[in-house]
Design a protein around this ligand. Structure first.
Ligand code: URA
Length: 237
């Protein structure tokens, strides 16, 4: 591939930015300073370095985003901000996409990757990957609700698998709860709570399978998955 494409794909900057780095003689290929963006490199065999630090080329990439409210779980949209707008150039060049959707007003853990096989496995109804959410609820949830979730909530178009409802905090007319489901139907958590006559007013995803939302990752921020996290996910495929 062209050297400027390689450099943008490893996240060094836009095409224009990497051209400047090349002009400044900061890029070497196999130890030789190269200034032409058109230079052809073999991404697997050649050693490309920036300021003498080797750059690692990856095919498959994995991002964990703490999704803020107000952005949609899509890759592009003519009007609304998408989760892809929050990631870096590498993510866009590598064409990552969200694994499953969070509603526009839902916050928390969202996995984005270009590994289609993994995404397919994680979303497959047969795999039953646990997803845990914290929800603020208008109305008091109680032990009857816990039992109904454990038995399996019936929605108009779907019989839910047994789910875990944990009561965390109760105020006068509101509740904070933790809910673990093994499916991912449209608006599932909100609809399960609604079926009990209460309303979700805030929803945040805390975990998905082996992935947990890191405490130190602010809303709107992302990080790459660690090697251990990738290994744990790939064990599900
Ligand atoms: N369930 C919902 O209702 N919304 C989400 O965003 C995720 C799960």
């Amino acid at each position: 591939m062209r050297l400027d494409k390689f450099l943008t794909e490893v996240g060094l900057g836009s095409r224009t930015e990497v051209k400047t780095l090349l002009k400044k003689k900061l890029i070497t290929v196999n130890g030789q300073v190269i200034t032409s963006p058109k230079e052809q490199v073999d991404e697997l065999a050649d050693q490309v370095s920036y300021q003498w630090e080797p750059l690692l080329y990856e095919d498959l990439v994995y991002y964990l985003l703490n999704k803020p409210a107000g952005v949609i779980s899509a890759t592009e949209d003519s009007k609304q901000r998408t989760v892809l707008d929050l990631l870096d150039d590498t993510a866009r060049h590598k064409q990552v996409f969200p694994v499953g959707r969070l509603d526009k007003d839902t916050t928390g853990l969202l996995l984005l990757t270009n590994n289609g096989q993994l995404a397919h496995a994680l979303l497959s109804p047969k795999k039953h990957v646990d997803k845990t959410y914290e929800a603020d609820v208008d109305g008091l949830m109680d032990e009857d609700d816990v039992a109904a979730f454990a038995a399996g909530i019936t929605l108009s178009d779907h019989q839910c698998l047994p789910a875990v409802l944990e009561l965390l905090d109760m105020a006068e007319q509101t509740s904070r709860v933790r809910i673990t489901i093994r499916e991912g139907k449209f608006h599932q958590v909100k609809r399960m709570v609604a079926s009990r006559g209460k309303t979700v007013t805030g929803l945040k995803r805390l975990s998905m399978g082996p992935l947990n939302l890191p405490d130190d990752l602010p809303e709107g921020a992302y990080r790459r998955l660690t090697a251990d996290e990738v290994t744990a996910l790939l064990a599900l495929v």
